[in-house]
Design a protein around this ligand. Structure first.
Ligand code: PLP
Length: 476
């Protein structure tokens, strides 16, 4: 034991690193065979929870024993990283991103002000410019900010839009979303000081897309009533059904009405790497700001979102802050100070966790993986649409397929029966540890979703899931 236990020597560092690495490699290797749901029984879960709630001891512990405890905790969980996890919007977690993160934490560079580590800021900026310009199609000069997730990205977009259009006079500001917009948009608007009643829900057409005429009428009426419409939000893939709003028409409307146009591409954005995705998500390039979630469709581990904006000066204008204690901070090589573009001051160098996988695997590997997800969703749609007991109302725009039990007729009683049967079907499907699906309500009707996003999900597992759904639907 050396005199400074917080500073292990070289051999201790290597030994500890090796122990952790082995566990992680074992864990990742076992992923395909692990049950998708949490199979830990209630009593064991209660014991684990109680044990983990305990405060830390006064003296040192044993790493091996602590890792054993951690493995038990990691097992007591939904298997969000495995190939059978098709619920909500999954996140697989690239191994190479975990390695990047270990490196980034090991060197512990300051990631918030460019002078702290200019070359690593440039690395992060390369990721942001790639997302803004190559992925989203925003013009040169666009940029943004890596956040902890989509919700934080949307929050900063809301703040920038508010500052740019309303200044400090927020009372009359109105925001336009649909009922299928992610709840993080309304949450961000409330956090940004927008009145709940000024968050407008625009009607959708039958295919679940924002009705542009309805939006235009609402905006006109609000303006006539003395309100100040300032923000239009389009979804580039809703969480419910993966539906893409008519982004080009929304961009036209926003331009005509002088609104800030935000695109929520938290789920869908990276599909723009594929040809089909680029077609579906055309119009994204006309946004003032776009939310993406690398921890979803770039397969990164949880904790990484991205906000990209047409004009970073507007992010600065809304977020910049300073203090005398920062008087020694200079600029570095024309690089951004991310601390002035969002609410956080101190944070890690976030870009490395995307940069290393992108440079190691190359962009084509991501494009091919996303193309595969689109193929799989098309296949799921085709096969489920052929099952007589099921209703599969919407062809997937992206990688989410929504289905439900077909009611026997158009009456309210039949719809209620079908809702119950859909709940029952979901329970029966999820009783199988090879798959996990989640549900939602679309137009008030219970609806099950298959969301193909984990990079480890391939045709074999998807075929297995479709067979299971088909068999259980026949047994209802
Ligand atoms: C996941 C999601 C969000 C929220 O992102 P978080 O990373 O969970 O904060 C917002 N919008 C859509 C469409 C999403 O799928």
């Amino acid at each position: 034991m050396n005199d400074f236990p917080l500073e292990p020597d070289r051999s201790a560092m290597s030994e500890m690193g090796g122990l952790v690495l082995d566990r992680v490699v074992d864990f990742v290797e076992r992923l395909p065979d692990r049950p998708t749901g949490n199979t830990t029984d209630a009593a064991v879960t209660a014991d684990l929870v109680a044990a983990f709630l305990a405060p830390p001891p006064e003296g040192p512990g044993d790493l091996k024993a602590l890792l054993d405890r951690l493995d038990a905790a990691a097992d007591c969980a939904l298997e969000t990283a495995g190939p059978g996890y098709l619920a909500y919007v999954p996140g697989g977690g690239l191994y190479t991103s975990a390695l990047a993160e270990f490196y980034a934490r090991g060197i512990n560079r300051y990631g918030s002000l460019a002078m702290g580590a200019p070359a690593l800021t440039a690395l992060e900026e390369s990721v942001l410019r790639w997302i803004a310009q190559d992925v989203c199609g925003l013009p040169e000069g666009s940029g943004g900010l890596l956040t902890t997730g989509g919700s934080m990205a949307t929050f900063s977009a809301l703040i920038a839009a508010r500052h740019d259009h309303l200044g400090e006079d927020l009372e009359a500001g109105t925001v336009y979303v649909t009922a299928y917009a992610h709840h993080s948009v309304a949450k961000a608007a409330r956090l940004a000081g927008i009145r709940q009643r000024n968050i407008r829900t625009v009607a959708c057409t039958e295919d679940l897309r924002m009705d542009v005429e309805a939006a235009a009428a609402m905006i006109r009426a609000d303006r006539q009533a003395g309100l100040r419409p300032f923000l239009l939000v389009g979804s580039a893939g809703t969480t419910d059904t993966g539906t893409v709003d008519p982004l080009p028409a929304l961009a036209d409307l926003a331009e005509r009405e002088h609104l800030w146009f935000h695109v929520d591409a938290a789920y869908g954005g990276f599909f723009r790497l594929t040809e089909r995705g680029r077609e579906q998500l055309a119009g994204t390039e006309r946004a003032d700001s776009v939310t993406l979630d690398p921890h979803k469709t770039l397969f990164l581990p949880f904790g990484t979102g991205a906000l990209v904006v047409r004009d970073p000066a507007k992010l600065y204008a809304a977020h910049e802050g300073t203090g005398d204690y920062l008087q020694d901070v200079g600029s570095a090589g024309g690089l951004p100070n991310y601390a002035h573009m969002g609410p956080e001051l101190t944070h890690e160098v976030r870009g490395l966790r995307a940069w290393l996988p992108l440079h190691l695997h190359g962009v084509a590997a991501f494009r091919e993986a996303l193309d595969e997800k689109l193929d799989l969703a098309e296949e799921v749609h085709g096969k489920l649409a052929a099952v007589p007991a099921l209703e599969v109302p919407w062809r997937p725009d992206l990688s989410t397929v929504a289905f439900r039990v077909r009611p026997r007729d158009g009456g309210a009683e039949a719809a209620a029966e079908a809702d119950l049967a859909t709940r029952e079907l979901l329970a029966r499907i999820n009783a199988n540890p090879r798959v996990l699906l989640s549900s939602t309500a679309v137009d008030g009707r219970q609806t099950i979703r298959v969301c193909v996003v984990v990079h480890r999900t391939h045709r074999d597992r998807v075929d297995e899931v479709v067979e299971l759904i088909t068999a259980e639907a026949a047994r209802l």
